[in-house]
Design a protein around this ligand. Structure first.
Ligand SMILES: Nc1ncnc2c1ncn2[C@@H]1O[C@H](COP(=O)(O)OP(=O)(O)OP(=O)(O)O)[C@@H](O)[C@H]1O
Ligand SMILES: [Mg+2]
Length: 270
């Protein structure tokens, strides 16, 4: 997984063979969100979100509880249908061409849904099959991910027996299988022990270096502050602020934390 070259992404995604960093305006977005809206009866969850994420970019989605972050990522990963708007992953419409869009996306949901009666290894084998990996490649990738996330001793156990952190680590392994060009991580650092959290941060850096586009939803603002190329603040279903890397650096140069920025720029009510 970690030794693949940047060009691995091109055949899967249809993305151009561009280098991972710089010149993002000239490249095709890995993810395009246009005018996205979703309500649940009287509740407006998402209210006109636009966002592009380019290869090699880590976009942090932050916002108060109930702001619409998970609803947005559920729509872009095909778990929910939008009322309005369009989402394309690697140029594939998530509604019109769902299989291609899903194949290009590794998704770790906030609320984990693992098949309870599969072992960890069986679950990863299932994902590898769905992603079209050949058996040899799949086994090598699965072994390496299980080892990296210290799950090898638990690989033969059914996932219903996993602790919360173990389940999240397995879900992260599943998302990484097959090197999808877009990773969507919803609160994926939650419940991880410090070693596992450090491993996820290392994986994020490696993935960015080889051109993966990453959306990371998180309330762990100090991590986002350091890692993100862009932070997008969502409140009441709308994008209310965007901080690019230069703005994030300018913020920290004035001694302002992302936490202070968050509190000053959100209503706070859920
Ligand atoms: N299935 C659902 N049915 C009804 N309302 C929902 C449903 N899913 C989400 N909502 C509502 O949509 C709004 C946005 O929820 P969402 O889960 O997207 O928030 P979030 O930004 O991810 O919050 P958190 O930080 O707590 O994870 C909330 O008001 C929530 O109650
Ligand atoms: Mg959420």
């Amino acid at each position: 997984m970690t030794t693949s070259k940047p060009a691995d992404h091109a055949p899967q995604s249809g993305l151009p063979l561009a280098p991972a960093s710089n010149g993002q305006a000239r490249r095709t977005p890995a993810l395009e969100i246009r005018g996205l809206a979703k309500r649940f009866r009287a509740t407006v969850a998402v209210d006109g979100v636009d966002l592009d994420v380019f290869p090699g970019e880590l976009v942090g989605l932050i916002g108060p509880n109930g702001a619409g972050k998970s609803t947005t990522v559920k729509i872009l990963t095909g778990q929910l249908l939008a009322d309005r708007g369009q989402v394309r992953v690697g140029g594939h419409d998530v509604v019109g061409d769902p299989l291609a869009a899903k194949r290009a996306t590794g998704y770790v949901p906030q609320e984990l849904e693992l098949y309870p009666f599969l072992t960890g290894r069986e679950l990863l084998e299932l994902v590898a099959t769905i992603r079209g990996l050949d058996a040899t490649t799949a086994q090598a990738a699965i072994d390496s991910l299980l080892e990296r996330f210290r799950l090898t001793p638990a690989a033969h156990r059914m996932t219903r027996e996993y602790s919360e952190g173990m389940a999240r680590k397995l879900s992260i392994c599943a998302a990484l299988l097959g090197n999808p060009p877009l990773l969507v991580l919803d609160e994926s650092l939650n419940g991880l022990d410090p070693r596992a959290a450090a491993e996820v941060k290392a994986v994020i850096r490696e993935e960015l270096a080889r051109g993966t586009a990453i959306v990371l939803v998180s309330h762990i603002l100090d991590v986002l502050e350091r890692l993100c190329t862009r932070v997008v603040l969502i409140d009441q279903g709308r994008v209310v602020k965007v901080l690019d890397r230069a703005a994030l650096d300018a913020l920290s140069a004035t001694g302002t934390t992302l936490e202070t920025f968050f509190i000053e720029n959100t209503g706070g009510a859920s």
